[in-house]
Design a protein around this ligand. Sequence first.
Ligand SMILES: [Fe+2]
Ligand SMILES: [Fe+2]
Length: 290
Amino acid sequence: MSLFMAKVRRLIVNQKLAKTLEYQEKLDDDVASRSDLFQCYWQSVEPARVKMKERMEWLSAAIDQKSVEPFLIHFSALGYHMTSQVADWITSAGQACLAQGYMELGQKLVKHAAHEDGHHELYRNDLKGLLAGYNKKHGAGLTADALIDMPPTPGVASYIQLHEGVISSAHPYAQIAIESEIELVSVLYGPMMIGRCVELLGFGILKQLSFVEDHTLLDVGHTTYNFKAMDAFLNEHPETLEPLIDAGRAAIRAYTQYLEDAFDRSQLAGQLSFEPESAQDFTVNTDRAA
Ligand SMILES: [Fe+2]
Ligand SMILES: [Fe+2]
């Protein structure tokens, strides 16, 4: 494909995601308009965000014509596990907040849980669509269930452990930091990822990017809501700053690792196929998770 066509595709995607790109531009102003405590949280987590940005830029450049479909297949299969328990995690964290007397945040979390339910089904459907195209092109017989049954990667395992740890800890309110950071990830990197995939595969791929596309737009509102909720909470309970910072950083690290895991699996795919037993040999570069 010519550079000109790639540019045209990017432009069309950017138009479609204009609301998200506008919010990206306003992000610094949004943060600057919030309290000193919120800004202290923001600055403390910023190095993890900067590191993620570097990795995402690297990833976007590394994904090419050969790896893009295997990457999306693994991204969706692992994404299924990243999201299948989300509504339960948020509800449990909310209930634990209520039990500890953090009434306002607890109620907000419990109410918000419903909005985050069923996302794993979006991933499963995306995966099925991707596999239909991949199987046809390569004469393969891969199934969504086989991909989903592959062992979890370090990024997925860390993400699950982080949620479970927060729920059972003395600081279940840290769920709001996890959500703030992860929903911001959709807003910051959704356009980049969609743009790269459309550039390589054309607009037809959007049908199999339903999770990313939905969230890139939807999570603009969720991010604003999360920031507001965390800002209010921090000012009512300044002693919670440190656990919030820890959870925010850990969420970004785990999510970055998940995306890198999907890429690493896409690199192995050619030699090892997608068979579940192949994943036993799967290792990741843990240096990158630091
Ligand atoms: Fe969501
Ligand atoms: Fe959301």
